[in-house]
Every structure is written in C-alpha cells, then in structure tokens.
Design a protein. Structure first.
Length: 178
C-alpha cells in the first residue's frame, strides 16, 4: 500500500479548508487563494448582478460571491457573479455543474489568473457564457463557449451600447458604471 501526500485535491478536501475570510478555489485539484475585493470591485459586482437579475427575472437566478460553483470534483470556483437557469443545479453545497453565466470583475491580483487559468477551465467545463468586467479599462467583454473554447462575441467601453447575440435585450453596458 502506497502512502504519501495527495497531489490532486477534490471537493472533499476543499470543503475542509477553514473559513478564514480568504477566497479559495480549486482548479484541476490545485488550491488558489485570492485577496478580498476592493470597494469599487464590490460596487460593480452588486450593480451588474442587480442588472442581470432584473434582466433574467424568473428565467434565471443570480448569485454573487462567495458561492461555490462545483464544475467537477477537482474544479470548484467562486466567480464574482453566477447566473443559473436550471434550479436543480442549486444544492446545499453550492452550484453543481456549469451555470449559464459566470462573471469575473478583474482586480490587479486576479486579472492574469481570470483571463488565463480560469477562462480555460470555464471553457473546458462547458460554462456557456463568461464575462470579464475590467474596471480600469471600463470594459465589459462577453465570451461564449463554443466547442470547449471561449469566443469573444461582444465587447464595449462603459459609455457605449452593447448588444449580445444571445441576450439581445440586455444592451446597457453603462448602467452599472454610474
């Protein structure tokens, strides 16, 4: 019988991490820690989440971090915003499986990670829509997963109108920047 340290963690391991105010995620069995977000970050998350909930109404439920999105036993993330159409995905543990939409609001500590590691995992796990909100650039990029690859389908600067081909009635890019 082989003994040693486990090299690839799973949800069971993740769920034993003590609650210490930090934000933990598990990607391909590896733990990632991010610092608490800034007030601007939180303000933008709240405003965009409210706009999305108003847009979706009863068609989807919108959640804000911290909430576990369990994409696989080895992939547990806490996106800034999550929209779920299928209520069966909402469990006592969190969101089980790929949601309709995840949104990450970039910060200096997470920008590269959100654009590379997390975006690849979202595509590989078939998250349909991935949005990146970049506060310094005042941009919102909207990606759609196609054949396990993210494709940019719409992008806008804060003061311009943005029409997404899959969500045509959600056009105000500047409503949450105010």
């Amino acid at each position: 019988m082989a003994t040693g340290l486990k090299t690839r963690l799973d949800y069971g391991d993740y769920s034993t991490i003590p609650h210490d105010g930090k934000r933990y995620e598990l990607l391909d069995g590896e733990v990632h820690v991010t610092p608490a977000p800034s007030p601007l970050h939180q303000r933008l998350v709240f405003r965009l989440a409210r706009a999305l909930q108003d847009y979706f109404g009863t068609r989807a439920e919108v959640f804000v971090a911290p909430i576990d999105v369990i994409l696989s036993p080895h992939d547990v993330v806490q996106p800034d915003i999550v929209a779920v159409e299928n209520q069966a995905q909402v469990s006592q543990r969190g969101i089980e499986g790929p949601p309709l939409l995840v949104v990450e609001v970039l910060s200096p500590a997470t920008a590269i990670y959100d654009r590379s590691v997390k975006s690849r995992h979202y595509a590989a796990q078939a998250v349909r829509h991935y949005w990146i909100l970049d506060p310094p650039a005042r941009t919102l990029e909207r990606y759609r997963t196609e054949e396990r690859t993210l494709r940019l389908v719409a992008s806008a600067i804060a003061d311009t109108r943005l029409v997404h081909p899959d969500l045509p009635d959600f056009v105000r890019a500047d409503s949450f920047w105010a």
